[in-house]
Design a protein around this ligand. Structure first.
Ligand code: ADP
Length: 498
């Protein structure tokens, strides 16, 4: 058996599992976006720093050059215009001197500076040896006046490699490139930062997922499932004896409230059908008890002393009547039970409903004549062919005509009207009897229901319920309208077969 705690636990586990999955996916997405963004930001920040340092270096070398040029102009009388940096040995010396003197400045000590001629030949370098050469594609780009960025893995000591970021910028004189400044920085800082972030995310992801899922599982699932727990408790206590118990409706307008309402509706229906069953049992017992009591009484009286043959015959005949009555009740109940369990197979045949009604009227004419009741067919539809189980539908009409005669007074009138409305054939049977009161109408088709038991001693109140079952099995309908005192009209609708 599936225990309550197992149920709750499994819902909670599913809840936690889904929550953890969603959280992991979200967190992974968030971490990836964060990581990629950080990597890009750090790289472009480093490029920006290296570029501005390279520009600073170029500006400073230019200042050195300008100062030297002034000295040369004044002391040697050389024309200012004839002095160009391009392929000028003096400029190369000045560039070398700049690197020697300035590359250890505090803001340059962390970077590597290298100066190249426009053709890529190295001129000056801040380390003991040049660490890279400019590749051909870099020279092409720089000659066009564009900056060149690149990464390089460099052996800094024996078998120790380090990644560097290089930024090379062309320094122009007029329209031509005079020289190239290259500034490089190790990527260690970026790698360390990114690794740290990766580690933080790696550790926090499972931790966050585990903690959040457990908390969600404990609290959210408890809050959500609390009313369910309560409901299970109530439902467990419901037995056949306290079917009027109802589960508490939670205040929240959610699925659990809907479940509680649905459950209460179901209890209501079960309760009602239990009551109907109970009533039915009582009615059956009552109906069977009466004839049995009569038989028993008659037999007891008969046995009290010796009786004549005629007296015995009377007693036997009277008992036989009662036994027939019991038989009729049992047959009716059996018929109803068959319809209830859908164990009835209908033998349908195409039938002219008016013809069939005429046949029935022929059979019961004698009953009507006994009470001077006039039966007329006031109108007949032309397309009144229906596909029915004749035997069973005959029983329906017979029952309704029988009631109409039974409950009408002497010289009453019964009218039959057959009409076609769309795809249905409607058969209206009206009588001029006492009619049925408004309170009785809803119950008239219930089993053993008899509006006025004293009105007529015959009948058990089963005829109309059987009629309704038969008509329903034909996908039809049966209704009654009545103005008490002015008769009743029963309407049977059946699907037309043409
Ligand atoms: P019964 O065997 O009592 O006639 P039915 O199921 O045929 O059982 O009818 C149920 C009750 O409906 C009857 O007891 C009667 O009170 C009422 N009833 C049925 N037909 C008519 C009618 N034509 N006029 C007045 N009352 C009717």
């Amino acid at each position: 058996m599936f225990l309550k705690s197992d149920l709750i636990r499994s819902i909670r586990i599913r809840f936690i599992a889904w929550y953890a999955l969603i959280l992991t996916v979200t967190f992974l997405l968030f971490s990836t976006v964060l990581y990629v963004y950080l990597q890009k930001s750090l790289s472009s920040y480093l490029d920006f720093i290296l570029e501005s340092k390279a520009e600073g270096v170029a500006a400073s070398i230019n200042t050195y050059w300008e100062t030297e040029k002034m000295v040369a102009v004044h002391s040697k009388g050389i024309s200012r215009k004839t002095l160009s940096k391009i392929n000028n040995k003096n400029f190369l010396k000045i560039a070398n001197r700049w690197v020697e003197e300035r590359s250890n400045d505090p803001d340059l000590v962390s970077v590597i500076i290298q100066i190249y001629k426009p053709n890529g030949e190295i001129v000056a370098y801040s380390k003991s040896a040049p660490i890279v050469n400019l590749p051909g594609e870099a020279i092409d780009k720089l000659k066009k006046g564009q900056d060149f960025y690149g990464n390089e893995r460099i052996e800094i000591s024996e078998k120790t490699f380090q990644d560097f970021r290089f930024v090379s910028i062309p320094v122009k004189e007029g329209k031509s490139v005079a020289y190239i400044v290259q500034v490089a920085s190790p990527l260690t800082f970026i790698y360390t930062t990114l690794n740290r972030v990766k580690l933080i995310l790696f550790v926090t992801l499972p931790l966050t997922v585990i903690i959040a899922s457990i908390l969600a599982g404990m609290f959210l699932a408890s809050i959500t499932l609390k009313p369910l727990n309560k409901m299970i408790g109530t439902v467990r206590q419901i037995t056949g004896a306290n079917l009027d118990t109802r589960v508490d409706i939670p205040e929240n307008m959610d699925e659990i409230r809907e479940l509680a309402e649905t459950f209460n509706d179901m209890l209501e229906r079960i309760n009602r059908s239990f009551a109907v069953q109970k009533q039915f049992m009582q009615d059956v017992s009552h109906e069977l008890k009466t004839p049995l009591t009569v038989i028993r009484g008659e037999m007891e009286v008969a046995l009290k002393r010796e009786r004549s043959i005629n007296e015995y015959r009377d007693i036997l005949e009277s008992s036989l009547d009662e036994i027939k009555k019991i038989n009729r009740i049992l047959e009716s109940l059996l018929a109803l039970a068959r319809f209830d369990s859908d164990a009835v197979s209908l033998h349908k045949e195409s039938t002219d409903v008016t013809e069939m009604i005429k046949e029935i009227l022929n059979d019961i004419e004698i009953l009507a004549l006994q009470k001077n009741i006039e039966i007329t067919i006031i109108s007949e539809a032309s397309d009144n062919i229906v596909n029915i189980d004749r035997e069973r539908m005959r029983r329906v009409f017979y029952n309704i005509f029988d009631n109409a005669i039974k409950y009408s007074s002497e010289k009453g009138k019964i009218e039959v009207d057959v009409e076609r409305v769309d795809s249905e054939i409607l058969i209206n049977i009206s009588d001029s009897g006492p009619g049925i009161s408004e309170e009785d109408i809803p119950y008239i088709f219930d089993r053993f229901y008899r509006a006025d038991k004293a009105r007529c001693s015959e009948g058990f109140g089963l005829g109309l319920s059987i009629a309704k079952s038969i008509v329903k099995a034909h996908n039809g309908n049966i209704e009654v309208r009545s103005v008490p005192g002015s008769g009743a009209t029963f309407t049977i609708s059946l699907p037309a077969s043409l």
